[in-house]
Design a protein around this ligand. Structure first.
Ligand code: IP8
Length: 246
């Protein structure tokens, strides 16, 4: 069973609010459809927000820890993410991938320690019936603070753990985790191996995000790969493009 994350910045144009990167989304959908034509494996897809959801969240001051009790704000953020989810689903359906939505707002929550709770019975049933569940970063109810953001990366880690995924793939805008010379690091087995290079560039959002991604993936049993869009077909074909995190 594979958990695949399609990065928000891969499938949207991050510089223009609520704009798809149509070509990249089509390319990703082609790779998924081709992979499922051969020997179909159980696949769960999670996508991020990119130019959808993030600006609505920041306008309302909502983050993974700062919540809101304003239902209108919740609906706005959730609505933006549902719009993007619909685009992803329709590109997959166009290619006969039996993709169906799972909206974290309606299934997941955070407890009073901020820990993510994501029931998986619904997703397991979908997989058993031959569907490809497609989740997304979202706003979710959070005990004591109203509603907060759950990122696609958190969903990937939770799903991979709970569903005992065999492989995890993060399709990103970079071809892997990059070293100081911008070369792809092939394998990471301990955070200490890359702390200097990831820590050094922590000031920017993107690399701060990469440090968090690597740490979360190292904590999981299954092997994970971080790769660019050009690596997606080979990942789904069973190879390990980009950086392997073991
Ligand atoms: O792009 C965030 O998901 P991410 C979703 O995976 C939002 O961080 C902002 C609603």
């Amino acid at each position: 069973m594979i958990v695949l994350k399609l990065g928000g910045s891969v499938i949207t144009d991050k510089d223009r609010p609520e704009t798809l990167d149509g070509d990249s989304l089509e390319q990703a959908a082609d790779a998924v459809a081709n992979a499922l034509e051969g020997e179909p494996e159980d696949l769960v897809i999670v996508h991020g927000g990119g130019s959808f959801g993030h600006h609505n969240a920041s306008e309302h001051g909502v983050s993974t820890i700062a919540g809101t009790h304003d239902a209108a704000a919740v609906l706005e953020i959730h609505g933006a993410m549902k719009t993007l989810n619909q685009f992803v689903l329709s590109r997959l359906l166009d290619r006969d991938v039996q993709a169906v939505p799972v909206h974290p707002f309606s299934t997941a929550h955070r407890d009073d320690s901020g820990d993510l709770e994501l029931p998986t019975g619904q997703i397991e049933t979908m997989l058993g019936e031959g569907f490809v569940p497609v989740l997304h970063g979202d706003v979710i109810p959070h005990t004591g603070v109203g509603a907060t953001i759950v990122s696609g990366d958190e969903l990937v880690a939770e799903l991979a753990h709970d569903l005992e995924a065999d492989r995890i793939g993060l399709c990103s805008t970079v071809p892997g985790v990059l070293d100081a010379d911008e070369a792809v690091i092939e394998r990471i087995s301990a955070y200490e191996d890359v702390a200097a290079v990831l820590g050094a560039s922590e000031a920017t959002d993107v690399t701060g995000g990469m440090a968090a991604k690597v740490q979360a993936l190292l904590a999981l049993e299954a092997e994970a790969s971080i790769f660019g869009l050009e690596g997606l077909a080979s990942f789904l074909g069973g190879e390990s493009p980009g950086t392997t995190i073991e």
